[in-house]
Design a protein around this ligand. Structure first.
Ligand SMILES: O=P(O)(O)OC[C@H]1O[C@H](OP(=O)(O)OP(=O)(O)O)[C@H](O)[C@@H]1O
Ligand SMILES: NC(=O)CC[C@H](N)C(=O)O
Length: 496
């Protein structure tokens, strides 16, 4: 048997995307970026990078595998990133070489143009990246990485505009899919969101001249920045010398923010669209308890993301709440899983049962989602092992039946449990007494849409649940992906 091997790409979250942060107008901006990225680590744990600019030393960069705290706290690394302007990225790959992430795929990416350099950090996924890459290579571009995000730099290089923000606009008008981008030139910090605003991006203020851009508000809190506002879907801001200029490069569009950010990705202490993520998750639990009540003795969260929904479920149902599953907080980087025996231990390394609390009880387990079903099945085994009398699963999202092509690392349809089975078949496969998911309308109510989902014009991107993709996933269609019959009409026309 091989020994456990430390492996930099294994992460303790199963589904991630990326986090981005930028700072301008502050001494040693890279220190602010490192702190901001640390607060965004839950969005990506494979690798991180920072680019900084200093008037004497020009652009400098550092790209590393692993956690921010292990790399960007070291004085020898941070000393190489001086200057009042810096951006950074924490990555979980959605494109490019996935089996063995290469350092060349780690962002930010950098390009040198006739008017100066530019670094970009991208959260999201470009749905026509393969087509763009083919076209760009045919026209002479030399790609350095296998990442979708690199297309943006090459498209900028081909633009005839005279300044970098205009080149970015040209480039991003050719790009389809989801992109929140933070970029920097020698003197400017730039933030852009795609026309649907699928991924988040917020603006914060540190001082008269000091501004930051971040994926989530929790990254403002860590550095004491004041929240100014969210960048709007389809908006570009250019920040320089204490001024924030705004423009709308893509014309009018209706936002379709990712509803799964509320369910799972974002940190519960972040505020999205004026709503606390924690409160939204608690409210999902309330909806779930109303929609799918069950007699039981104990409500237990599957930590961490299931916790606020379990609190809401317990409050609404009046059933006592208890920590029946305990998370090992030192899980951190996990281990490579070289044998089946070790692979099966996977969940136990992170989660263990509080036997004394569970024994002989009818237990309701609340988790935020079922994707492949691996977690639910293993947790059920542990709970039964610990002597529970009954096990009921309540899931704080609808069945995940469709892959995300907008920046989340969900597996292909054939690995999504809900794409293969009905809820009753899933219940049987997991092996629990009952299983229920919050309805799509219940989820919409929990995020503040009192009337639920607008079927003609959904307020959010919920493609992973509904199969209604707001942007046609061009590359995937070329590879043979079949959209839900009739769902072409759900593609957001305003975004085209
Ligand atoms: O059906 P599966 O493919 O097993 O995926 C679903 C699980 O993945 C997430 O857990 P994760 O450990 O990533 O996140 P958390 O610690 O934030 O709850 C989620 O909370 C579910 O428990
Ligand atoms: N999850 C993300 O936002 C990833 C960004 C980009 N598509 C990459 O693979 O690096």
């Amino acid at each position: 048997m091989q020994p456990f091997l430390a492996h930099p790409f294994d992460s303790d979250r199963l589904h991630e995307e990326c986090g981005i942060f930028g700072a301008i107008g502050v001494a040693d901006a890279s220190n602010f970026v490192a702190l901001g990225l640390h607060a965004l680590q839950h969005r990506g744990q494979e690798a991180g990078g920072i680019v900084a600019h200093d008037s004497e030393q020009g652009f400098n960069s550092a790209h590393r595998f692993g956690y921010v705290r292990d790399n960007f706290t070291k004085t020898d690394v941070m000393a190489t990133l001086p200057g009042p302007l810096a951006i950074g990225h924490v990555r979980y790959s959605t494109a490019g070489t996935k089996a063995n992430t290469a350092i060349r795929d780690v962002q930010p990416f950098f390009g040198e143009f006739s008017m100066g350099g530019c670094a970009i950090a991208h959260n999201g996924n470009i749905t026509n990246a393969a087509a763009l890459r083919r076209e760009l290579i045919e026209r002479g571009s030399i790609f350095q990485s296998s990442s979708d995000s690199e297309c943006i730099i090459h498209l900028m290089a081909r633009s005839i505009q005279r300044n970098i923000p205009e080149r970015m606009k040209d480039a991003l008008r050719r790009v389809e899919g989801a992109f929140s981008v933070i970029a920097m030139t020698r003197t400017k910090l730039i933030g852009v969101r795609d026309p649907l605003g699928v991924r988040p991006l917020v603006l914060g203020k540190l001082s008269d001249d000091g501004f930051v851009l971040a994926s989530e508000t929790c990254a403002l809190d860590i550095i004491g920045a004041e929240f100014v506002r969210e960048i709007d879907p389809g908006e570009m801001v250019v920040i320089s010398k204490g001024k924030v200029e705004t423009s709308r490069p893509f014309g009018p569009s209706q936002g379709r923010f990712c509803i799964f950010e509320h369910v799972y990705f974002s940190r519960p202490d972040s505020i999205i669209g004026g709503r606390s993520v924690y409160e939204t998750r608690r409210q999902i639990g309330v909806e779930l308890a109303r929609e799918s009540p069950v007699e039981a003795d104990l409500v237990c969260p599957v930590p961490d993301s299931g916790t606020p929904a379990a609190i809401g479920f317990a409050q609404e149902s009046g059933i006592p709440y208890g920590m029946g599953i305990i998370r090992n907080q030192y899980m951190g980087r996990t281990f490579i899983e070289p044998t089946d025996q070790i692979r099966n231990m996977g969940v136990r390394l992170k989660l263990n049962v509080n036997r004394a609390l569970i024994r002989d009880k009818r237990v309701i387990l609340v988790d935020d989602s079922v994707v492949r079903g691996t977690t639910s099945r293993k947790i059920k085994d542990m709970i039964i092992d610990a002597g529970a009398a009954e096990v009921h699963f309540r899931i704080a999202s609808p069945p995940t039946a469709w892959p995300c092509f907008y920046g989340v690392d969900t597996p292909d349809r054939d690995k999504l449990l809900a794409a293969q089975m009905t809820p009753e078949e899933m219940r049987e496969w997991i092996g629990v007494d009952s299983l229920a998911f919050v309805s799509l309308d219940g989820l919409y109510r929990a995020v503040g849409e009192a009337k639920g989902r607008n079927r003609k014009c959904p307020q959010y991107c919920d493609a992973c649940f509904s199969g209604d993709y707001p942007v046609a996933p061009f590359d995937q269609l070329e590879r043979g992906f079949q959209m839900k019959p009739g769902s072409e009409s759900t593609v957001n026309e305003a975004a085209e």
